[in-house]
Design a protein around this ligand. Structure first.
Ligand code: HEM
Length: 100
């Protein structure tokens, strides 16, 4: 499945009839089983329906960091992001990619 970032927004958990998606480095994970984290009111709900790569790399929940940009990240931040990617791969199914 290929989704634009605009289409991805529909899967932010606000519609309970839809799955919840979160993308890391352009790959979309179905995080619906993590609804307590990513559903409405969850601690990480700001990542839902988005590519959260930058926020994960920076360990940030700030809205301005919740985006796909890897610009000017440090090697350490890239390492943190890669660790998150491994965690998501182990825990959630990949359902597609974000396309321009
Ligand atoms: C005081 C700060 C924080 C505390 C106490 C905290 C605590 C936790 C706990 C208890 C879990 C659940 C681990 C598990 O059951 O597998 C978790 C998962 C997670 N945390 Fe945090 N966290 C904090 C800050 C952050 C920040 C700043 C971020 C931003 C990137 C973040 C991102 C995540 C993510 C993405 C998960 C994975 C949820 C999943 O398994 O899908 N956390 N955190």
């Amino acid at each position: 499945m290929e989704l634009t970032s605009d289409q991805l927004k529909q899967y932010d958990g606000t519609d309970p009839s839809k799955p919840i998606y979160l993308a890391v480095k352009g790959r979309i994970f179905d995080v619906t089983t993590g609804k307590s984290f990513y559903g409405p009111g969850g601690a990480y709900a700001m990542f839902s329906g988005k590519d959260a790569s930058r926020a994960l790399a920076k360990m940030s929940k700030n809205e301005e960091d919740v985006c796909a940009s890897l610009d000017a990240l440090s090697d350490k931040e890239i390492g943190v992001l890669n660790d998150w990617e491994k965690k998501f791969e182990a825990k959630y199914p990949i359902v597609g990619r974000v396309v321009p």
